[in-house]
Design a protein. Sequence first.
Length: 275
Amino acid sequence: MKLLDGRSMAAEIGRGVVESTERLRQNGIVPTLAVVLPTTDAAARSYVGVIERGAAKVGVRCVVHERSGDPAELLDTVDQLAANDGVHGLIVQTPLPSGLSASEIGTRIPPHKDVDGMNPLSLGRLALGLPCFAPATAAAVLEILHRGDIKLAGTRVAVIGRSPVVGKPASLLLVAEDATVTVCHSRTTDLISIVHEADVVVAAVGRPKMINKGFIRPGATVIDVGTNVTESGLVGDVDADAVASVAGALTPVPGGVGPVTTMLLLRNTTSAATL
Ligand code: NAP
């Protein structure tokens, strides 16, 4: 079984990001990512800390804007950052205050700063194959498959989950790679048989260790997007210990999709700074 090591992939991508940030700085541009944090949620804060540390390593300036859960204040902050020429990338960390939807906020993020693909326009452009920033987690799934030399054209892929941040955009990116994609969700009947047919399985469900050995066809590649905080620590949506004995390749949790996602956000920020 091949371990698809997200940490080493992120380090490799990071070397390219460092080159980009150095070039930008030589031209007087400091690539800057603004992160709006409208919550006291511990997991969200911890993730923002991960982004800050990653940014510091690759030379991206990361500015965190902590806000209360007041919707008007949050929208005002997003509008100001959207209009600020010194901000190249702009993300709003979830969970969002009640009463505000992700698409409502995303609409206020200009597509050229939308480094986590939150604007509905970005998803529309993705669907049409037009240049855009895809949600970083979905892009990370593809990045890992490419870097792991996993064949996609003509293969069968099962994506479990259809959220706008992971399942849906990952499915669009996989179709663009000529894979035949089945998108599964909570109303899918006979999930296990559908997933068992797949050459590549992308699990983005949010249910700890739900995908067990019985779901996986021998030799299949398994990308575990899940990040579930449990009493025994951070676990994926895949029962990795059991699945490892049957899968051909597997991403670990932690150390798989997460580090690549963070690095792609930073890479997108340097791309946004060159636009
Ligand atoms: P989400 O918005 O809650 O979506 C979960 C999806 O799973 C939904 O489409 C849901 O179906 C489907 N689902 C739920 N129970 C199911 C079941 N029993 N059988 C089949 N499908 C089922 O979650 P998300 O934001 O996409 O995140 C998914 C996972 O990825 C979470 O663990 C999250 O923490 C993780 N994540 C990781 C990263 C990273 O960087 N590593 C980033 C984002 C998210 P319905 O649509 O029918 O409800």
